[in-house]
Write a protein that binds this ligand. Sequence first.
Ligand code: SAH
Length: 213
Amino acid sequence: MKDTIKQKGLRRQLISSLKAKGILNETILDVMTKIPRHFFMDPSLVNFAYEDKAYPISANQTISQPYTVAFQTELLEVSTFHKVLEIGTGSGYQTAVLLGLTPNVYTIERQQSLFKQTQRLFLQLGLRPKKQIFGDGYNGLPNVAPFDRIIVTAGAPEIPKPLMNQLAIGGKLIIPLGANTQIMTRFTRTSTLVFDKEEFGQFKFVPLLENKI
Ligand code: SAH
């Protein structure tokens, strides 16, 4: 897989456009500058990799818009020592961004074709999530919990209770909540029973599917 001078240039332009749209975290912008998004695109759409748009990938899913990836990642406030769970591996692009921030990334995907595809891709790119799981992310990963950070990259009609339970005290969950369109929502667990809730505007995601494998 190649990363040409032209692609690097387009990528730099994309990243400065994200800055102009309000993404200020330099670490995240640096990480995204280094990740060739075209590696994660459907082969027929690689020429669009540096547009700030979501695109179809296989299994009727999408690779998220770069702005959305940056925005969610910024809200997640990841440090290198955090244990992070991602629900919805999809193209693997968001996973790659998370791996640029901490080595402790766990990611779950419920479409087997995408799971296999990203397994191959991560190997090729030398990306090593701690665990990559084929399964229903609604249930989280009880054996690995608690997590410092949980990011859901599909639209959830309701809050998956297991994910709330698997948050460490002080931990954060970023989740787009809603059926047709979603409100980006951040929960911070301040004590065993108390979760602070903040909302960050409207987005549109493919649905989080539940228990349908
Ligand atoms: N982070 C991805 C976003 C992909 S779209 C990217 O940047 O490419 C959301 C993904 O969530 C899809 O791949 C979809 O199959 C997956 N998904 C939906 N419901 C899920 C569930 N219950 N468990 C795990 N993954 C799920």
